[in-house]
Design a protein around this ligand. Structure first.
Ligand code: SAH
Length: 282
């Protein structure tokens, strides 16, 4: 990408100042919602929790003391939902100190502090040993990291052989004609993404990290329009509070980002699952 990537520190600073505004607009899940179809009138909260449930299902940890790493944990809601649903021992990491404080308080308040812990850490240098986790996920976070391949290698290193890795992120759905390149880049820049991936890049990215791709779902139609419509509504009806919290410029940039994504059909949304190969496991 021609753009200069934000460093993990800058991403952390961005969230530290924007967490409150984002929470007003998107709720405590900083990821899109999933709607089953046009007749599905679920709220944003229901739909975003539903996508979390699909992520939980896709890592197949079952019930018990399985160890799961949530890379880019946001305010901690997905990790807490995962622990409640499965009994997993979850570690959530983020480069936003404010998110770690918020998520830690939420774990305590929900009586899950013995199963879920949150810590400040950078996905580009994970402070965990090899084979520390039974599953790992990047839930709408990897596109903010400086090097997608390195992020996947780091995740694969701490994952046990046979363990699953799940991720969701926006992606380039169709070839982008030259005259639309700027529009697509502008759309992604609004979300501070470091890069956007073309569909056919994923098998290689996983393969180079020692991972085998097992599932790839294009869920664009279930996620983007429903989420952006609701984000825009929430932003419009809470404009003074959002502006108060992040300032006019960031509030406007958020609005532009949502509108652009709604009007950029080349950008879609993916849910991918891979398995770590090794120790004789295919
Ligand atoms: N998964 C959460 C939050 C998504 S927002 C949810 O679905 O609600 C993106 C998250 O990625 C933020 O928590 C941000 O701090 C984190 N992130 C971005 N770059 C990171 C990095 N280099 N290392 C760790 N976390 C990172």
């Amino acid at each position: 990408m021609p753009r200069t990537a934000a460093t993990p520190e800058q991403i952390g600073e961005f969230f530290d100042q924007a967490n409150h505004a984002l929470e007003i607009v998107t709720g405590r899940n900083f990821h899109v919602g999933y709607w089953t179809g046009p007749e599905d009138d679920s709220s944003l909260e229901e739909a975003t929790d539903r996508l979390t449930d699909q992520m939980i299902e896709s890592i197949r940890v079952g019930q018990g003391d399985f160890r799961v790493l949530d890379i880019g944990c946001g305010l901690g809601r997905p990790a807490l939902r995962l622990a409640r649903a499965t009994g997993a021992l979850v570690t959530g990491i983020s480069v936003s100190k404010e998110q770690i404080a918020h998520a830690t308080a939420a774990a305590k308040a929900e009586g899950l502090a013995d199963r879920v812990r949150f810590q400040y850490a950078d996905a580009m240098s994970l402070p965990f040993d090899e084979n520390s986790f039974d599953a790992v996920w990047f839930f709408e976070s990897i596109m903010l990291m400086p090097d997608r391949g390195e992020a996947l290698r780091q995740a694969a290193r701490v994952l046990r052989p046979g363990g699953r890795i799940a991720l969701t992120e926006p992606f380039e759905r169709v070839p982008v004609p030259a005259h639309r390149r700027d529009a697509v880049d502008a759309c992604m820049a609004n979300f501070r993404t470091t890069s956007i991936v073309q569909l056919d890049r994923y098998p290689g990215l996983f393969r180079e990290a020692g991972l085998r791709l097992v599932e790839l779902r294009d869920i664009t139609g279930n996620t983007i329009t429903g989420s952006m419509t609701r984000y825009i509504d929430a932003l419009l009806s809470n404009q003074p509070e959002v502006t108060d919290s992040v300032g006019q410029e960031t509030a406007e940039r958020m609005m532009r980002g949502f509108e652009r994504l709604q009007n950029t059909p080349e950008v879609g949304y993916l849910h991918l699952v891979a398995v770590r190969v090794g120790d004789g496991q295919p």
